[in-house]
Design a protein around this ligand. Structure first.
Ligand SMILES: NS(=O)(=O)c1c(F)c(F)c(S(=O)(=O)CCO)c(N[C@H]2CCCc3ccccc32)c1F
Ligand SMILES: [Zn+2]
Length: 263
C-alpha cells in the first residue's frame, strides 16, 4: 500500500487520502477519560495461554519501519473472550529522547512513555490474521501502558538484540522468553472498548483491552527503544530516526469505555 508516516507530508492527517477508514468512525487510540467510563461486572480477568515461551524456541524480532515487532507462535492465545483470539505479533509505540511521552492511549490526558500492543486475531472464525484484519470481530489487541522507572528484566530479553535491527526490514531470530512477564502482574483491571488499528488501513476491527496498571522500564531501556531504530533502510543516504510512532487520540464518537473495575 501507499507509504505513510507519523509526521510530515504522509503524516496522520493525510492517511485518509489513501486509507479511507482512517477518516471514519470508531478510530483508535482514544483519550480514556473518566466521563466515558462505565463499570461492567461481566468483564472477567483476561486469561492468556502459552505466553511463557522456552528459550529453545525462536521468535523473529524485526524493524518494519513503523515499529519494533516480535512475531508470536500461534499456540499463544487469549482464552477468556467469547472466541479464541490467537496471538500474531507484538510491537511498541514510543516518544523520543527529547519528548519521552509516546503512548497511543492516554488516561485523562496523561500520555505514558511507551505502549505495547499484543495483536491477536479471531482464530475460531478466520484462518489467519490477513482474513481477520478487516472484520468487525477480527482482532483483539492487549495494550500495556509503560512508564519510566524500575529496570524490567523481561524487556531485556529482546532489547539486548535491538542493535541488530537498527534499519527498516532488518530482522533476526531471538530465543523465546516469558512474554507474560511483559504484561502487568494482575490482568483483572482493564479498560475495554471497540476501536480500530492505529495505523493504516485503520480498519475498525479491534476489540481493545488496555490494562489499568502500567508497567515500568528503566530510562536506559526506554532510550534503547527510542534512540536506536531508523525507519529508513540501511543503505539509504539520509537515515530517518524511528521515534514518535504514535497516533494522536481520536474522537470518542459516542463510544463509552467499559471498565472491569470500580472507581
Ligand atoms: N497499533 S495496532 O493497530 O495494533 C498495529 C500497529 F500499530 C502496527 F504498526 C502494525 S504493523 O506493525 O503490522 C505495521 C502496519 O500495520 C499492526 N499490524 C497488524 C494489523 C495489520 C495487519 C497485521 C498482520 C500481521 C500482524 C499484525 C498486523 C497493528 F495492528
Ligand atoms: Zn500498536
Amino acid at each position: 500500500g501507499a507509504k505513510w508516516t507519523y509526521n510530515g507530508l504522509n503524516g496522520e492527517h493525510h492517511w485518509s487520502r489513501n486509507y479511507p477508514y482512517c477518516g471514519g468512525a470508531f478510530q483508535s487510540p482514544i483519550d480514556i477519560k473518566s466521563e466515558l467510563l462505565m463499570f461492567d461486572p461481566t468483564l472477567r480477568p483476561i486469561e492468556v495461554q502459552n505466553y511463557i515461551l522456552s528459550h529453545s524456541e525462536l521468535l523473529t524480532l524485526g524493524n518494519n519501519g513503523h515499529s519494533v515487532q516480535i512475531s508470536l507462535p500461534s499456540k499463544m492465545h487469549i482464552s477468556s473472550l467469547p472466541h479464541r483470539y490467537t496471538a500474531a505479533q507484538l510491537h511498541f509505540h514510543w516518544g523520543s529522547s527529547s519528548r519521552p511521552a509516546g503512548s497511543e492511549h492516554t488516561v485523562n490526558g496523561k500520555q505514558y512513555a511507551t505502549e505495547m500492543h499484543v495483536v491477536h486475531f479471531n482464530s475460531d472464525k478466520y484462518p489467519n490474521i490477513s482474513m481477520a484484519v478487516d472484520k468487525s470481530d477480527g482482532l483483539a489487541v492487549l495494550g500495556v501502558l509503560i512508564e519510566i522507572g524500575e529496570f524490567n528484566p523481561a524487556f531485556e530479553e529482546f532489547l539486548r538484540f535491538i542493535n541488530g535491527i537498527k534499519y527498516r526490514d532488518q530482522k533476526l531470530q531471538v530465543p523465546g522468553f516469558n512474554v507474560r512477564a511483559l504484561l502487568p502482574a494482575h490482568l483483572d483491571e482493564y479498560y475495554r472498548y471497540d476501536g480500530s488499528l492505529t495505523t493504516p488501513p485503520c480498519y475498525p476491527s479491534v476489540l481493545w483491552t488496555i490494562f489499568r496498571n502500567p508497567v515500568t522500564i528503566s530510562r536506559k531501556q526506554f532510550l534503547a527503544m527510542a534512540t536506536t531504530l531508523y525507519s529508513s533502510h540501511a543503505q539509504d543516504s539520509a537515515p530517518e530516526p524511528l521515534n514518535g510512532n504514535y497516533r494522536k487520540p481520536q474522537l470518542p464518537d459516542s463510544r463509552i469505555v467499559l471498565t472491569s473495575f470500580k472507581g
